[in-house]
Design a binder for this molecule. Sequence first.
Ligand code: N01
Length: 546
Amino acid sequence: MRQSKPATVLDALVIGAGFAGLYQLYCLRERAGLSVKVLEAAGDLGGTWYWNRYPGARCDSESHSYCYFFSKALYQDWEWTERYPGPAEILRYLHHVADRFDLKRSIRFGARVVAAHYDEEENHWEVTTQDGTRYRAAYLVCAVGCLSSANVPDIPGLESFAGRWYHTGEWPHDGVDFRGMRVGQIGTGSTGIQAAPAIAGTAKHLTVFQRTAQYSVPARNAPIDEAFKHHVRESYDAIREVVRSTPNGHPFRIHRRNAFDVGAEERQAIYEAAWEKGGLQFRASFRDLVLDKRANDTAAEFIKKKIRAIVRNPKTAAILADIDHPYAAKRPPIDTDYFETFNRDNVTLVDLRAEPIERITPAGIRTRAREYPLDTLVFATGFDAMTGPLVRMDIRGRGGLKLGEAWRDGPQTYLGLQVPGFPNLFTVTGPGSPSVLTNMPVAIEQHVDWITDCISWMRTRGVERCEPKVDAAERWSEQVNEAANATLLPLATHSWYLGANVPGKPRVFMPYAGGLARYRALCDDVAAKGYEGFVMERSLTAPVRP
Ligand code: N01
């Protein structure tokens, strides 16, 4: 009989080699001195940026903040070329980081984790990759990203479509040639809003199928000049201080003034200036934009007016401006010529609220009103966000409890870092953490530092097992809900923040909306109190009292 290969034994396993996995590897190997392996499903590093190479893809965070801050020398040595980095530049940056810190030797690519089972007797995690390779480790860190499980809607007839179809989150690396093609794009979130202008630039015709109209503000991407490069190099400390102390981890402060602290004319001038400047800073124009509906209405109306002014066909403009939720209650996109794209002769907008899709046919998409003949379909339909990448792996904790079962009614975590019943398993930017509401690398560094400190704390005290108490996780879920309900975010009832984009997914507001700075303070406080809310066990019978 063929013997299966024995499991490779390590101190820690990390799943994912994006921003989170790379930094977690560095910290556990170089700072905590552990034996570590990263298992990555993709053929190379990059996480989100390995997969999301659709036309027009570009980061919405500004480049001088969409990077690591843990090493001043690294920060100062790297020069970004554009205000917002595209996938190719981000991948170059991540390779630079991996080479600089000699990370690649500890990463196995093409290693998709299919199962991770906790062995209670041995107090370790048994992890299996798709090819049957097994690993065993005391600590398991899931650095799988929040938006890495593509959501292809279950529209009848897709299998019958005669042309090719693509999801933006799994884009072919050799690109897609749209020349001469009639392309149908479903979805107008942040991705669709970036993709449409780029696809329209090459396709014979683009038909955009819009279910929910979205606000968008110009990104105003541009090359970075020498003066700004110099400023960034010299201002590392100041920029780091800003990203660590703002609620969203971005390199700008939210204004303290409220929308009605100023008169209508001044407010208009403030919005105009923010529109001209471009980017996510628009949302920071007033303190209360995502807190007070009346304040929000002023921003919403400003953007709707802009849409009506840009788009020449009044019927099309009306469909684009018919937005049913407060500004920024869904993730606010920023764009390059999105609304202008609808002035092109080769672009058509279809309002799915008026004519829902009935099915995909061999020749295209049939709505309730008519059939649209298409050669290629692009699904810009988002992700099974936050929980999807975790539950699609067969993760089982104590007593064989499946993570998907534990989260049947919605994810329950303590601080978005750990799950009751899953000892020594950590999630980087998991549900219940600020993550997707922030500039991700800043949130990632905070989480990875906390996890590394926690594991080091355990090891210096001979603690073998760390697991959150059930009541701590329950209280945290309440805090996550309270933080969301203090904002306008839950008013977008179709948002992926609530899991509403995936049929059957529990409607629970997943990210922590209380702000990254406040969250950092809470996490630090928990650690300072000897990991309050966690059970720390030296052995099966001897919990540690700090
Ligand atoms: O996904 P989305 P995304 N029939 O879920 C529509 C990050 N990101 O990939 O709103 C018809 O936001 C859906 O309609 P509705 C960012 O955090 C970052 O655009 O559910 N339409 C919506 O229009 C972002 O928020 C960056 O009614 C269907 C769209 O598809 C997150 O990724 C760039 C449908 C999905 O929008 C996800 O954005 C891009 C159906 N059956 C993205 N199902 C950067 O910073 C879904 N839709 C680089």
